[in-house]
Design a protein around this ligand. Sequence first.
Ligand code: PLP
Length: 431
Amino acid sequence: MAVHSKHPETLALHAGWRADATTGSVAVPIHQTTSYQFNSPEHAANLFALKEFGNIYTRIMNPTTDVLEQRLAALEGGVGALAVASGQAASALSIQNLARAGDNVVASTDLYGGTWNLFANTLKDQGIEVRFVDPADPQAFARATDERTRAYYAETLPNPKLRVFPIAEVAAIGRGFGIPLIMDNTAAPLLARPFEHGAAVVIYSTTKYIGGHGTSIGGVIIDGGNFDWQAFPARQPLLNTPDASYHGAVWTEAVKPLGPIAYIIRARVVLLRDLGAALSPFNAFQIIQGLETLPLRITRHSENALAVVKFLSARADVVKVIHPSLAKGFEKERADKYLSGGMGGLVGFELAGGREAGAKFISALQMFYHVANIGDARSLAIHPASTTHSQMPAEEQRAAGVSEGYVRLSIGLEHIDDILADLAQALDQAK
Ligand code: PLP
């Protein structure tokens, strides 16, 4: 019996799975298999021809991973999802599913460093140009668009600047051209609802808040099913022209009877088949365990972070606190509009003592882990100027929002008194 609900708390526990038909297992089993027995030659032929859906080979689909995909699609309000080996694989495939050599994508300047490298170097080498524009002005996306632009790409809550992206404004511009907006919602799952604002595709690094326990790398692409690819055949050729790698299938036509899933089906049966960045069933299981408590955790992350913001704002040795709740003007309006479920667990701040104080503060932390990660149940900290951004010239660091004394915190789920006590003693030692 399937459980239907509109509430994330319920969907996180029930969507996509009830109990195992054979064993009665309530927990989702780990189907650690590479391949699946076909019922008959006809069954096998139908599966390969996509005449019926079923399991063929774990590089392309797996029953454990399928539950994760269904659950994430239900939570996000999408029509289908594809889980992959990492957040990086999710962002790469989300673009390669629409753009090929000679095409371009317009992306926000405010991106995770790994995404930036992928876009500025690797995709460029593959002939896909990524044009970076400042999201302060949504019209910059329109200005950078030409007839070979296939997608827009941005992060909802990018760090270190934590400037919330104008989802509806840019999605609407894209829809006028037949260009979908792909949102990386990694830092704001459940807090922001990109499909409700017109985004067509949402991706996550499930490594962060969705997994939550810091055990498993993974990623997902979710199809909103809300974009009319067929209305723009010249703009979106990969979904509207015969695919030589699949008996000439035209994806918007081939899967029409199954719903508006052309984008996510192509990502699975063409890109995952050919590029092979499959999630392991064990990692899918681990990520499901995390996902089941995401609604509770993400709320607590947000609450704890707000208490940290209040604490840091009152310190004389902190010159600036960076958090969406402290944004001003149009940036505040965007934060309130898009982070309707809470402002998330990321907090930045600048120490009056600059680079030296930043490094001292990090060394003095006793409970916070010093790691290049976000979204763990534990509190995490990093001083970008001496680590992740240390190779950049000072000017580029500043443009990226990283001053010498900037510290990034990912606030965890420990008791707030312990979080504040660790910050207080480390700040005292950094003076
Ligand atoms: N997107 C964002 C916003 C991230 O923070 C990260 C990783 O830090 C990624 C994507 C890449 O995810 P993964 O590390 O799972 O490949």
